[in-house]
Ligand binder design. Structure first.
Ligand code: C2E
Ligand code: CA
Ligand code: CA
Length: 761
């Protein structure tokens, strides 16, 4: 009992810890939501709550990992600003569960106020796990409380230990019970062990019980005894057989073996490969040889037929039958575990037109080329099939979440939208991909296939490349939809522009470099600010193409300036999603090599939250970029949830203090203190500091006195296009970094310091 209880306790702790981490991550991702920040700042309760509500619908964040019940937002004094309750939650929408946690949090002082805090409690009979995350970074403008039902997480223990589980609330009512839970405690053979989960005040809030069937143990013992008896019996029989064998060695038994084998093969075709070895007289042996030869041929014939039945003759991909077969298999095995996987349904665009006008021969070649392109994107463990016509499908057991699926889908869309060159024709095809995720979008194979189909048609009709199935596809914002397809065209049609804003080395008044900022001039809607379309590009995967365009354009522009003797650094903004792209480093390497600029002249600006995501992929990418010799900068510093202590362990070179602090620092004492201490701490760690949003001479002077390295803002220059910037170079009073490169010395010193810092950390 005691050992068992300890095991349960360990498992419970492990699950709760995991739930806390996930709640914190969820909280962090919500606080980057621009709408939430805006409505929180304006204290518009209705709009804030509706924005929070939206997060319940963002299935990919929490599905199957957290059962979120409530989001609560407080101001910095823990006054309630707004709250939202999950659609299916039983929690009272008008009250906040577990008020004591907020009270404890409000009593914290100093740096502790910036930490996350979690606690268990009950309200009514329901157990809750609440996690409080500070909002607004260094200025701690408020707090977000994420309330989840821990029962969902605890249910995972059942799967991990393979034993039936029951959760009972503090009134003794069952909150969850495994379908395998013993009906009634009929015999003494069932052992039930319980562990009580307590809150901070040592009051029980949930009881976790596991049942263990001891009768299995008895059965095993019985089995072993039977086995021993059986083994003894078998050895006696074998001895007798062996004697018979010695007697009948010449003919009788070899013939019998042959007949038996024949019989077996008739029942199970796969046994055709088994060679039969018999020792007998000459006639019997040659009969056996003939038999072996014959069955071997039959076997290969059987194999060919089997392959033909399951392969598409044109592309050599699995066909519809095999695809359904695999899908059924994986769904069936999976019924209990519900392991996630992704299913794609793909249909080529414009294929029929090509087939009709250029003929089936070209059409066939195009399908073959499509299948080899698909193979370059998909893995061996995936099943890629041609379902017929120009319809393909893929089953991906390794793709388990929406982000992963979106990544693969955008790769497929990219590779299939590259022109096909077939017998002198250049053909533009393209594809529409419908995506479903198991088990989120469905459990059985028919449902999954149907829904993937719906998603695919939706993608096709809306010119979206790919689309996830969503039961309320129609609630999508119409404006966003059209903007999205237009953004795609904008990348191709040259409607995008880069503006450049200078970054100035404050102590010597010399231009250090520029930041490239994206502009979209829409033919009808006019100017669209980056804040309006970059989130959209992030949601749809277009961000990859967009970033690539920015990198290329900015590098070429820098190379041009370098060739005129103006050695500027150029900074490009990256999104969190770019860091998740495993190809990012190699794409950048190629881009700068092609443009012909040195890596130290390219700075990558990453927002605080992107750097803090802290996934293995992101860390790996950061290190790769650092080794390449690029400058890494943490943008909008102070608005997110990062600590300088954590940044210490990352290979970054620079932080950019968010403009909201700099713009007010000449009026707001608090902001001035934040700017001052950030500069000091960053310098101690060997980080360069840029202040953005310098709008007045007064701010400039203050920053110079504080020893800030670089400055950027309307006071010096607004972001303008390359031509206007060149005019500014001529007419402004700042000097250009031309012949010699005086900033290099500074940089070398900083690099050494960084290396030391990373080694220490
Ligand atoms: P950001 O990276 O923080 O860029 C600085 C923003 O501050 C720019 O806004 C710039 O025009 C503005 N700014 C500069 N000096 C001042 C000043 O003195 N006062 C004030 N009030 N504002 C100043 P912009 O160009 O509207 O860009 C907004 C955001 O859009 C950028 O913020 C960045 O996060 C994003 N963005 C822009 N271009 C790209 C891009 O190519 N890729 C990605 N992923 N994001 C981009
Ligand atoms: Ca930036
Ligand atoms: Ca910024």
């Amino acid at each position: 009992h005691a050992a068992f209880r300890e095991l349960i306790r360990l498992k419970v702790e492990e699950q709760l810890k995991d739930a806390k981490t996930k709640s914190t991550k969820l909280g962090l991702s919500i606080q980057t939501d621009k709408t939430i920040r805006k409505e929180f700042a304006s204290r518009n309760r209705a709009a804030l709550e509706s924005a929070l509500d939206n997060h319940f619908r963002r299935f990919f964040v929490t599905t199957d990992t957290l059962k979120v019940e409530k989001f609560v937002i407080y101001d910095s004094d823990f006054n309630l600003i707004g709250n939202a309750t999950a659609p299916k939650s039983t929690a009272n929408p008008n009250s906040v569960p577990c008020p004591t946690l907020a009270k404890t949090a409000s009593q914290r002082r100093g740096a502790n106020r910036f930490k996350t805090l979690s606690g268990l409690c009950t309200t009514g009979n329901s157990p809750y796990l609440s996690t409080i995350v500070p909002l607004g970074g260094l200025r701690a403008r408020g707090y977000l409380q994420v309330v989840i039902d821990p029962a969902l997480n605890l249910q995972r223990i059942e799967e991990e230990l393979g034993l039936p589980l029951r959760l009972t609330d503090n009134k003794g009512l069952t909150a969850y019970q495994s379908s395998r839970w013993p009906q009634r405690k009929t015999s003494d053979s069932v052992l039930i062990v319980s562990y009580e989960l307590k809150n901070a005040n040592a009051e029980a809030i949930l009881q976790i019980s596991l049942a263990y069937d001891v009768s299995q143990l008895y059965a095993k013992l019985k089995e072993t005894r039977t086995f021993i008896l059986l083994a003894a019996g078998v050895s006696i029989v074998l001895t007798i057989l062996f004697s018979l064998f010695l007697l009948e060695i010449t003919a009788l038994s070899p013939l019998k073996t042959l007949t038996n084998h024949l019989h077996n093969v008739r029942k199970d075709k796969s046994r055709l490969v088994e060679e039969i070895n018999i020792l007998g007289n000459k006639e019997v042996n040659s009969l056996a040889d003939g038999f072996n030869e014959f069955t071997n041929e039959l076997h290969s014939l059987h194999g060919t037929l089997e392959t033909m039945a399951y392969t598409d003759a044109l592309t050599q991909l699995p066909n519809r039958e095999l695809f359904y077969d695999r899908l059924n298999q994986i769904v069936k095995i999976d019924q209990r575990l519900a392991t996630p996987f992704a299913l794609f349904m793909m249909d080529l665009d414009r294929f029929k037109l090509i087939n009709d006008t250029l003929g089936h021969h070209i059409g066939d070649r195009l399908l073959q080329e499509t299948s080899s392109r698909l193979k370059t994107v998909l893995r061996d463990t995936d099943t890629t099939a041609r379902l017929g016509g120009d319809e393909f499908a893929a089953l991906m057991p390794a793709v388990t979440d929406a982000d992963g699926a979106a990544l693969v889908a955008s790769r497929i869309v990219n590779i299939l939208s590259e022109p096909y060159i077939i017998e002198g024709h250049t053909l533009n095809v393209g594809v529409s991909v419908g995506i479903v995720l198991h088990p989120h979008h469905g459990h059985d194979s028919n449902e999954l296939m149907q829904r993937a189909d719906i998603a695919m048609y939706y993608a096709k009709n809306n010119d979206r490349g790919f689309s996830f199935y969503d039961s309320d596809l129609d609630t999508h914002n119409v404006l966003e939809l059209t903007l999205e397809s237009e953004l795609k065209k904008a990348i191709e049609n040259d409607e995008l522009q880069l503006h450049y804003q200078p970054k100035i080395a404050i102590d010597r008044g010399q231009i250090y470099g520029v930041e490239a900022l994206l502009r979209w001039v829409h033919p009808e809607r006019g100017f669209i600010p980056p804040d309006a379309f970059i989130p959209l590009a992030e949601q749809t995967g277009l961000i990859h193409a967009l970033t690539q365009w920015v990198l290329q354009t900015a590098s070429k522009q820098a190379a041009l300036w370098h060739s005129q003797g103006i050695l500027l650094n150029v900074a490009v903004n990256l999104s969190a999603q770019n860091l998740r792209d495993p190809n990012l480093a190699s794409v950048i390497r190629e881009t700068i090599a092609q443009a012909g600029i040195e890596p130290q002249h390219l700075t990558l600006e990453l927002t605080e939250s992107a750097v803090m995501t802290n996934t293995e992929q992101a860390l790996d990418t950061l290190h790769k970029l650092d080794t390449m010799g690029l400058q890494l900068s943490v943008d909008d510093f102070g608005t997110g949830y990062s600590s300088l202590a954590y940044l210490k362990r990352l290979p970054v070179d620079e932080i950019k203090i968010d403009r909201s602090f700099v713009m007010e620092m000449d009026k707001d004492k608090n902001d001035e203190i934040i700017v001052r201490s950030t500069i000091d701490l960053a310098h101690n760690m060997g980080l360069k500091v840029t202040a953005e949003g310098i709008e007045t001479e007064q701010a400039w002077t203050m920053l110079r006195d504080l020893g800030c390295d670089l400055g950027q803002g309307y006071f010096m220059c607004r972001p303008v296009d390359a031509t206007a910037l060149e005019d500014w170079f001529q007419n402004s009073s700042w000097t250009l970094p031309s012949q010699s490169e005086p900033l290099k010395a500074l940089k070398n010193k900083a690099r050494k310091q960084k290396k030391k810092r990373l080694v220490k950390a």
